[in-house]
Design a protein around this ligand. Structure first.
Ligand SMILES: Cc1cc2nc3c(=O)[nH]c(=O)nc-3n(C[C@H](O)[C@H](O)[C@H](O)COP(=O)(O)O)c2cc1C
Length: 332
């Protein structure tokens, strides 16, 4: 199997895009993913800024022929020049997420750049495609970081593929060759991978978070708004974050409304975040986190995932007597 029609058109040898993870996906990770034949993206999340982006652009080494930049609508509202800086860097893709104000799409197109956004159901996908977004990311609730948690990855991928004709990437909990093979077999144009690249040496992940990610089991994540409430970040309510479960998430589980009305408690959560200690502070992680057992270079992760996914997909292709056996039979 070569890539997908989309990845071939993009000139990628691997249909993998690294998710633009704020505080994790900087220039080094993006460069490594692009060097491995995928599409590397720099992420500007809650603490994104023009100066942070300018710094990460200097870390694109080796300078890829193609890379992307992803950010968050409310972060661009806070500093509108962020989008100008992103476009001036001449990326192949710009992703803006967590908004239904599509005015950014024309600005991105005017710079000759493709527009990408994450979508969470069929209607959302139709609205994004109608607004001119070129590539959609069908992101399921298994995903790490912020997102709408209502539908799982296969359910949202299926619904979005049915709803639109633009290329659709799959995201959420994909961390193994089996997961990658599954979404490619379902018709995804590629996979948008976050958590499984977050412990690579090229990622910006601080060491204590990296260790916590490597220790975590698949069942150790939780979807919460606790940290956003504590830090008073303007994340829309419908986009909570999947993070590693820890003392702070356990303490406030099921009591987020109460926390939102309690200023003192919010200050305490903000202080917990400021410790940067994964026992108290947030570590974004998807449900694929259990597959992370060691920190390997991004190029090795990307190459192995695709090689093994190809092998799995090849095994499923009927050959010889299997082909005869599995051909449609009028009696069945
Ligand atoms: C550490 C981390 C940070 C993230 N930051 C952002 C971000 O700044 N902007 C964004 O659009 N998505 C962000 N995401 C979500 C990803 O775009 C994507 O939906 C998710 O990583 C896919 O699921 P996975 O982590 O299970 O692969 C982040 C995810 C993680 C794990």
């Amino acid at each position: 199997m070569a890539g997908t029609p989309w990845s071939d058109r993009m000139g990628l040898s691997v249909p993998i895009v690294n998710a633009p993870m704020g505080g994790v996906a900087g220039g080094r990770l993006a460069a490594a993913v692009s060097a491995a034949g995928g599409l590397g993206m720099i992420g500007m999340g809650s603490s994104g800024s023009v100066s942070a982006l300018e710094h990460e652009l200097t870390q694109l080494d080796p300078k890829p022929t193609m890379f992307g930049i992803g950010t968050v609508a409310w972060v661009v509202e806070r500093e509108p020049a962020l989008l100008d800086t992103a476009l001036a860097a001449r990326p192949a893709l710009v992703s803006v997420g967590f908004t239904e104000d599509w005015s950014w799409v024309d600005r991105v197109h005017a710079a000759g750049v493709s527009a990408v956004t994450q979508v969470y159901d069929a209607d959302h996908a139709r609205r994004a495609a109608a607004a001119g977004v070129d590539v959609l990311v069908a992101r399921g609730s298994e995903g790490g970081g912020h997102g709408d948690p209502r539908l799982g990855t296969l359910a949202v991928l299926d619904a979005v593929l049915e709803a639109v004709t633009v290329p659709v990437l799959a995201a959420g909990g994909i961390a193994t060759a089996r997961g990658l093979a599954a979404v490619l077999a379902a018709g995804a144009s590629g996979a948008w991978l976050g958590t499984c690249l977050s412990v690579c040496p090229e990622a910006l992940t601080p060491e204590p978070a990296r260790e916590a990610l490597l220790r975590a089991r698949a069942t150790d994540t939780v979807v919460t708004r606790v940290f956003d409430l504590g830090q008073r970040l303007p994340w829309p309510d419908r986009y909570p974050a999947r993070v590693l479960s820890n003392e702070t998430t356990l303490r406030w589980a099921g009591r987020e409304e109460q926390l939102s009305r309690d200023d003192k408690a919010r200050d305490e959560v903000a202080a917990a975040v400021a410790t940067d200690d994964p026992r108290l502070a947030p570590v974004d992680a998807g449900a694929g986190v259990g597959a992370l057992t060691r920190a390997r270079p991004a190029g090795a992760v990307v190459a192995e995932l695709f090689r093994e996914a190809e092998s799995l997909l090849r095994q499923r292709q009927p050959t010889g007597s299997d082909a005869t056996r599995s051909s449609p039979s009028p009696g069945l």
